[in-house]
Design a protein around this ligand. Structure first.
Ligand SMILES: [Zn+2]
Length: 373
């Protein structure tokens, strides 16, 4: 496909010379042996072999990848720069040059045909062609666009509002810029610490401790990177102290701990059912259990409303089963509010709802005994 007389010279010359290592050149990309047909000459100024590093097919493939990204013309300019080939688009005589599906190879052929690749027996380089992208693509490709690009790309790397709210905007360590990377590192440290407590409910205080630890770990890494080993050690000690004060170190927590008698006693004392390692006397214990765990309002409607709901459900069930519906509910469905779990007074909302549902106060059937009382 491409024949250069002096490339042929090189290959035959190499064969006649004793330097046998240079007799076989291969494409640095695909390993194919380079021949005058599948390679091209390169200026001796830039190459000791005088031959392209890649085979022409690999160059064409590279060009196609680039063209898919930025279009055929820009790709051509950049391939010229990358492969050290003069950029002289005017060698395309036909306006339909883009139709060629092997455009890079076609371009090299055009260069050769018009003698634009070699001058005075010297292979031309990128510097011998058009090197100014603006001269080819117009003056709008300018420095200001480049600067705008830098600014836009950097602004993408800004910490998010949530991150700034979470960690604040003050520097956490002198000389440490609060970049997006720092915020990301803080999030990572915090999450990984928190994950090690998965399945446990952390108190607010413990979460604050983890935040403090995350900050200190980021500072620690910064100090280590900047050869501030003394500071790093101090910071690590602070981390340990912070965790110790909340009993959050690995060594503070043993899986068996919850089952140990002492920890159970402590928990029961905290709950108020034990005192000085002894259970309360039974009457006092009952009182505590009743007060703490049983007594107290649990529903924000009256017992009356509860009865009404039960009645409605019971009647509907009987209706659905095609059963006789008596006027009165059976006594076993009656609820007694022994522990004061219901509201004492009807709220306005309850009144409204009762009105809306046409609520009637249920009556209960009396058993013989209760009737006899
Ligand atoms: Zn190759």
């Amino acid at each position: 496909m491409r024949l250069f007389s002096f490339i042929g010279n090189f290959f035959s010359m190499a064969n006649t010379k004793k330097d046998t290592k240079r007799t076989k050149l291969t494409c640095h990309r695909c390993g194919t042996e380079l021949t005058p047909q599948n390679s091209r000459p390169v200026s001796e100024e830039y190459s000791i072999t005088g031959v392209s590093h890649w085979c022409i097919d690999c160059e064409q493939e590279y060009y196609e990848r680039l063209a898919a990204k930025e279009g055929k013309s820009f790709a051509l300019f950049h391939c010229c720069a990358a492969f050290n080939v003069p950029c002289k688009p005017f060698v395309f005589k036909k306006a339909d040059y883009e139709q060629n599906d092997k455009l890079w190879i076609y371009y090299l052929d055009c260069l050769e045909e018009q003698g634009e690749d070699i001058k005075d027996d010297k292979v031309l380089t990128f510097f011998d062609g058009e090197t100014s992208i603006r001269r080819i693509f117009g003056k709008n490709v300018d420095q200001q666009d480049f600067i705008t690009y830098i600014i836009t790309e950097n602004s993408k790397k800004m910490p998010t509002l949530e991150q700034r709210q979470r960690w604040g905007t003050d520097r956490i360590w002198e000389g440490m810029e609060m970049t997006a990377e720092v915020y990301d590192a803080l999030d990572r440290e915090y999450e990984s610490r928190k994950n090690s407590f998965a399945g446990q409910t952390l108190t607010l205080q413990q979460e604050n401790t983890l935040r403090l630890v995350a900050k200190n770990m980021v500072i620690y890494n910064f100090c280590m990177r900047h050869q501030q080993v003394g500071h790093a050690e101090k910071v690590l000690k602070m981390v340990d102290n912070a965790l110790a004060s909340e009993q959050m170190r690995k060594k503070d927590e043993k899986p068996i701990e919850g089952y140990e008698l002492m920890s159970q006693v402590v928990a029961l004392e905290k709950a108020g059912v034990m005192e000085d390692g002894q259970f309360l006397p039974i009457d006092k214990l009952q009182e505590v259990l009743f007060k703490k765990f049983i007594k107290g309002k649990k529903f924000d409607y009256t017992l009356d409303a509860c009865d009404g709901m039960i009645e409605a459900i019971w009647k509907t069930m009987r209706q659905n089963a095609d059963l006789f519906i008596p006027d009165e509910l059976p006594e076993e469905l009656e609820i007694e509010d022994t522990f004061g779990e219901f509201s004492e007074e009807e709220s306005d909302e309850e009144k409204e709802r009762k009105k809306f549902t046409g609520f009637t106060k249920p009556t209960f059937a009396q058993t013989k005994e209760s009737a006899g009382e």
